[in-house]
Design a protein around this ligand. Structure first.
Ligand code: SF4
Length: 61
C-alpha cells in the first residue's frame, strides 16, 4: 500500500481487504507489480463509464 504516492490504496479493517479509490488513482501502475497476489488490473477509464471522469473531478473540482 505504501507504493501509491497518490494515497489511492486503502485497507478496510472491517472487510479485511485492500481497495483502490478510482477518484484518487492516476493509473500509473506502480501498485500492480507490488501486489503479492497479482490482484491489481489496470482498466482504461473509457471501459468504465462510472469512473471515466472521476480523476478530473477529483483533480479540479
Ligand atoms: S495505479 Fe498508481 S495511482 Fe493508481 S492505485 Fe496504483 S499506484 Fe496508486
Amino acid at each position: 500500500m505504501a507504493q501509491c504516492q497518490f494515497g489511492a490504496v486503502f485497507y478496510s479493517s472491517s472487510l479485511s481487504k485492500v481497495y483502490i479509490n478510482p477518484a484518487k488513482c492516476y493509473g500509473c501502475g506502480v501498485c500492480r507489480p507490488a501486489c503479492p497476489t497479482d490482484a491489481v488490473e489496470l482498466i482504461p477509464r473509457e471501459e468504465d463509464p462510472a469512473a471515466a471522469n472521476l480523476w478530473l473531478k477529483g483533480a479540479y473540482g
